[in-house]
Design a protein around this ligand. Sequence first.
Ligand SMILES: C[S@@+](CC[C@H](N)C(=O)[O-])C[C@H]1O[C@@H](n2cnc3c(N)ncnc32)[C@H](O)[C@@H]1O
Length: 200
Amino acid sequence: MTYETATFLAQFVRHPFTVGAVWPSGPALARDITAPVPRTGHPVVVELGPGTGAFTRTVQQRLAGRGHHLAVELNRVFAAHLARRHPGVDVVDADAGSIGALLDVRGHRYADVVISGLPWAAFGPARQRAILSAVTGALDPSGVFTTFAYRHALVLPAARRFRRLLATNFEEVTVGRTVWSNVPPALVYHCRRPVRPAAA
Ligand SMILES: C[S@@+](CC[C@H](N)C(=O)[O-])C[C@H]1O[C@@H](n2cnc3c(N)ncnc32)[C@H](O)[C@@H]1O
């Protein structure tokens, strides 16, 4: 067992409802979920719920020193681990719902790509809505939001509710292939053209 996996497991035992998974994601899922990170230019990439960094490494490889990679992690142990492992990543120990304010203080109006590792199916309706609306508000109109779901959990009411919420928050939602090699198997939602609530 790697240090990352042991850390992940230990944090799951302590915080099952926010960690939301027993095992970190694998490299094939990391490739699919980070695919929208452009290989040119200087994009602003935000990772929500990076955990022990299963996607972080792949984002860093794709960026190759360009742009700004902000990682927002609620769990202090994960955030400290990530900051040690990835000195090139701007790691913040904060709630994903504060994405807009975090971008603001860094001088960014929008993120070009938002990648989520958040356990949406473990969140109640209000939390799902609040974080997703923070994401749509922080995403560039031509930006991309990716997030994953476990295949076996798609039938759960919270997962179905989240899928419906995606459809109301983005004009386009495409569902990627099932990554059977991931433990457990998972798929990626690719969401484009955020729908922002009309200003009052
Ligand atoms: C299912 S794990 C995914 C970790 C990693 N991305 C992976 O795929 O292996 C969910 C992660 O989201 C973090 N998390 C949960 N709620 C959060 C929130 N409101 N804001 C930021 N991070 C959160 C957890 O601490 C955990 O690291």
